[in-house]
Design a protein. Structure first.
Length: 223
């Protein structure tokens, strides 16, 4: 059993390293520009952390927005999640393990602890299993309880393909043009309505996703 565990750990390490190298090549070969980052840049200058929200299928570029800054993310607790965690940690992110279906409380507590240390945290709002393009309340609850605003992020590429998964994960083609768009920050009242705020965040994420698609010449999509 111990030998099998060591072998599994080695598989995860190798797969994570290879995936990380491929992702670095894809993204560093692209020409990346940013739109709507005024709120985020102000927060960074003030060292005032935020909660970032993105679609699961448009999360691939998130680590590269934060190449020179700290960011905490929650990742799935299953085996595939372990590989992704290795990739994210290799890119300098802090990963807490959990999801809405497994070990979610532990994962969220890890994000709360990071926020208290002044670190930005991020959630894929429609993960881990969808439906795609529907904001779940976890990101709103996390931000409200932590007293932080929510900033939506999305991106698109002039040449890209989408995986045959529930979220249709977007992957940029090498040497393509990439545009990353940030929404206006969403301030949350202490006693606000979670459902209403979810719908507002959903509308903002869909708007910036369509904007990113238009900016690179793709047919606009919501997620």
């Amino acid at each position: 059993m111990r030998r099998n565990r060591r072998f599994a750990d080695l598989e995860i390490a190798v797969a994570g390293t290879l995936a990380g190298l491929l992702l670095r090549f894809l993204t560093f070969s692209c020409r990346v520009t940013f739109e709507g980052f005024d709120d985020l840049e102000r927060r960074w200058a003030e060292r005032s952390p935020v909660v970032l929200a993105c679609w699961h299928g448009r999360s691939l570029m998130l680590p590269f927005v934060y190449r020179d800054r700290q960011l905490g993310v929650m990742n799935s607790a299953h085996r595939d999640g372990a590989i992704i965690a290795r990739v994210l940690e290799g890119l300098g992110l802090t990963v807490t393990r959990g999801s809405s279906s497994r070990r979610g409380v532990a994962g969220l507590l890890g994000l709360y602890r990071l926020m208290r240390k002044g670190v930005d945290v991020a959630l894929a709002t429609d993960g881990p299993r969808g439906p795609a393009g529907v904001v779940k309340p976890g990101v709103i609850v996390l931000a409200r309880d932590g007293g932080r605003p929510v900033v939506g992020l999305s991106w698109s590429a002039s040449r890209a393909f989408r995986l045959a998964s529930w979220d249709r994960m977007m992957v940029p083609a090498p040497f393509s043009r990439v545009v990353v768009v940030a929404a206006r920050e969403l301030e949350l009242a202490p006693e606000g309505d979670n459902e209403r705020d979810c719908r507002e965040l959903e509308a903002r994420l869909k708007a910036i996703t369509r904007r990113a698609d238009q900016a690179v010449g793709r047919a606009p999509e919501d997620c």
